[in-house]
Design a protein around this ligand. Structure first.
Ligand code: SF4
Length: 510
């Protein structure tokens, strides 16, 4: 069995580099109990004010402020949108609207442009038009190619022309290294084989104004697309869209207006504009069980990643989702789970967890301030029990204030700390959530790639039993991976351990 020191060393390497060969650059600052007892922790809780969440920002992934409907009041709308923290992409549907989108992007820093020709006009697209799109695509204000695609609902151009022009757009997007914006209506069966052959996953893309069902959403995700929902998701009869919105992972979701069209329910029939998108954001948040702020933050981060190739702002050691506060205790872990989305993209619901170094107790308490969340969750971008003393010190302060506490763990804390840690959690942790993930050692080792494959599974089972006996609540979780996990067998195991099982959707983090 590896020693705790070996574990810590290897885990830092895993998480910094995504492999075992990287350079160790992080320092874990574990404070001994004596230091904590005499520290200034108490002072922080006494004097800190509640920290205000960062102001909400919105990203409209698909607008047409380049449409002539906005010629009369574009300056006024642009000013309002800037003061409300909006970023948006004006999407072209022909060459004139492409040039107008670029003009607006050059004038307003919160607007970007996408250039292309809508499938409705595919019949009239000439070689010169394709050349013009290629030239416009080189402009730095142009962040995407489209909208392009197939529309068999209106069939305003022949299917052959639509396919030809779509393929041209996909080529331009790939050459420019910019994402493609796809319009698909009643054409999913024909569009998928084209994507399979011509879509450049690296350049990326978005299925705009998604109007299909859950199955098509899953296919789009598998192909590597983001999925963007417009105001029609708020319409009473659009239950299929709301169902589809539930299966999109938070890091692949976008929102749009498609203005001047598709106003959400309360402004239906009026000219749509980006400010109305807040209604769509609220509706989607409700459907997905988060707050509108959470959804706006996540989709803003996704917009920046897809269109601007930018990360989602400052790394956070304490972050909020719903009414819980999460503490990003460490980025070290003893596992390298195949489904750990944080390895490639350390962002949860728009919160950037890629901190440079692990936070001290003081830093954590400072960030929490006077907030009174429903629950304080020790979680983050690694295994919290690798910094047990920090968890205990923060939890002790939380309990003084009557806050509920939860520990999300891989159940390896007693091995990491070389003692049975469960009695130390009594009175500090109300609920523990252990990533069980598999019904047996072999499956667990395959999925979770623990540092110590010989003992990790059994050590976790022991931890679950001890936690179940001593702590108020113990829950185990499993991810419903497309293949490799028998959830029925995991349920049997959790029943035999006398604990509840929560099944987490694959890629649904936070
Ligand atoms: S235990 Fe959690 S943090 Fe560690 S690799 Fe697995 S999913 Fe990621």
């Amino acid at each position: 069995m590896a020693t705790a020191c070996q574990i810590a060393t290897r885990c830092r390497r895993i998480f910094r580099n995504g492999n075992f060969a990287g350079k160790m650059t992080l320092k874990t600052k574990i404070l001994p109990p004596s230091v904590l007892a005499s520290s200034s922790v108490g002072r922080y809780y006494g004097r800190l004010m509640s920290k205000k969440e960062k102001s909400i920002r919105y990203a409209d992934s698909h607008a047409h402020l380049n449409h002539h409907d906005f010629d009369g009041d574009i300056d006024e709308i642009a000013e309002q949108l800037e003061s409300e923290g909006f970023l948006l992409t004006n999407v072209a549907y022909d060459i004139i609207s492409a040039e107008r989108a670029v003009e607006l992007a050059e004038k307003f820093s919160h607007m970007k442009a996408s250039v292309g020709v809508h499938p409705h006009s595919a019949d009239s697209v000439t070689d010169d038009d394709i050349k013009r799109i290629k030239t416009l695509a080189e402009n730095e204000k142009v962040v995407a190619i489209g909208e392009t695609g197939l529309d068999y609902f209106r069939n305003r151009s022949s299917k052959e022309s639509q396919k030809r022009v779509l393929i041209e757009h996909l080529k331009i997007a790939s050459e420019a290294g910019k994402p493609v914006i796809i319009h698909s209506r009643d054409a999913f069966g024909d569009i998928v084989p084209i994507f399979e052959k011509h879509f450049d996953k690296k350049a990326g893309g978005v299925l705009h104004c998604f109007s299909e069902n859950v199955e098509e959403a899953k296919i789009g995700l598998r192909l590597g697309f983001y999925i963007s929902f417009a105001g029609n998701v708020t319409y009473k009869k659009a239950q299929n869209l709301r169902d589809a919105a539930k299966v999109v992972p938070p890091d692949r979701l976008l929102v749009e207006t498609d203005c001047p069209y598709l106003s959400p329910q309360s402004t239906r029939g009026k000219r749509n504009q980006p400010l109305y998108m807040k209604e769509t954001v609220s509706l989607l948040a409700g459907v997905r069980g988060v707050r509108p702020e959470d959804l706006a933050r996540a989709t803003f981060a996704n917009y920046k990643k897809l269109f601007l190739n930018e990360s989602s702002g400052e790394a956070e050691i304490v972050y909020r989702i719903r009414n819980s506060i999460y503490i990003n205790v460490t980025r070290d872990c003893t596992n390298l789970c195949t489904f750990c989305s944080r390895i490639d993209y350390p962002v949860v619901q728009g919160h950037n967890l890629d901190v440079e170094s692990d936070p001290s107790v003081e830093e954590i308490l400072n960030e929490i301030g006077g907030s009174m969340p429903e629950e304080l969750v020790f979680c983050g971008f690694g295994e919290p029990t690798m910094r047990l003393e920090v968890v205990k010190a923060v939890a002790a302060k939380a309990k003084e204030r009557g806050l509920k506490t939860r520990l999300n763990t891989n159940g390896y804390g007693s091995v990491i700390n070389k003692r049975d840690i469960v009695p130390e959690l009594v009175g500090l942790i109300d609920s523990v959530s252990v990533s069980l993930n598999a019904e047996d050692k072999e499956t667990y080792n395959k999925l979770c790639k623990p540092l110590d494959p010989e003992n990790a599974f059994d050590a976790m089972i022991d931890f679950i039993k001890r936690a179940g006996a001593l702590l108020p609540e113990t829950v185990v979780t499993a991810v419903d991976l497309p293949e490799g996990v028998d959830i029925g067998a995991v349920k049997k195991l959790s029943d035999s351990l006398g604990v509840k099982l929560r099944v987490r959707s694959f890629n649904m983090v936070g």
